[in-house]
Design a protein around this ligand. Sequence first.
Ligand code: R5P
Length: 291
Amino acid sequence: MHVIGGTASTALAERISRELDNAPFGIPFTKRFPDGELYLRVGGRLEGDDVVLVQSTRTDEDLIELLLLEDAVREAGARRTFVVVPYFGYARQDRRFFPGEPLSARALCRHVELDADAVITVDLHSPQTLSHFTKPAFEASGISALARLLKERPVDVLVSPDKGGVDRARRMAQLLDRPWFGFEKRRIDSDHVELSLGAGTIPPLEGKHAVLVDDVITTGGTMVEAARLLKRRGARAVTAACTHGLFLRDAFERIKAVTDEILSTDTLDNPAEKGSVAPDVAQILKREFPP
Ligand code: R5P
C-alpha cells in the first residue's frame, strides 16, 4: 500500500503511512500554470498497488487538487484507490434551507467518490452525509484522538456548546468516565451566537476544569461565548477542544484570551493541532481493506 499526501494534508498523510506499518509515502510534484490552473504529477511505482490519497478539502483549490490526484493515481495503474478526506468541505450545507439551493454535501460526495474505491472522512457535520456516497464510505471520529490528549489532563466535566454536539460530549464523557452537560445555542449571525443553560442537570462548576467539545471551530464565536459562560459559573479552567480547527480570522486569539488551552486534531493544519486521527484512519483501512 502507498500513501500520497495532498498539499492540504501532508503531515497527516505521513502519520497515516507510519500507522500502516511504514507504507511508502510520497507527495505530488505541483506547480501552477500561468493562468493559475494546477499541474501535478505523482511519483513512485503505483501500478497494481493500493493507494491511499489523503487530502482535506478546506478550499476549492484543495478539492481540485484531490480530483486531479485521483485521476493521476488511476492513470498510474493503481489497483484500488482509498480516498481519505479528513476535513470534508461543504459538508455543512447538508440540506436545502431555501428553494433554489444545492445540497452541497451531496454534490461533493458524488465528485469525490468518482475515481475512488472507498472514501474515509472524519467527523462529518452530519453523519447522514455518508448516505450520499454510493461506494463504501466510512467516518472516523476525532473523539478518540482528543480523548487520548485529555486522559493526560485533570478533566472534571465535558460540555457540548449546543444540542447538535451532545452525542459527542456524551461519548467523550464515557471514554473519560466524567459527567457531561450541554448548552443550548441560538445563532444570531455567522459570527455571533447566544448560549443558555440547557434543560438537563448542570453539575457544580466551582473550581472545576471544564472541557468544551465541538466538531469544528470556525469563527470561534461558539467557543468564546461558551467559555465565558463556564467561567461566569465558577469554572477554574476551560479547555476548548475540537476535531477540525478552521480558526478563521482572529478566532484562535479570541478563544485563547478566554480559555486555558485549545486542542485540535490534525485534520487541518492549525496552531492547536496536538492530537492525530492517523491511528483511527489507519484502523479503518486495515479492518476494511486488508491487503
Ligand atoms: C455547529 O453546528 C458546529 O458544531 C460548531 O459549533 C460551529 O460550526 C462553530 O462555529 P463558530 O466557531 O463559527 O461559532
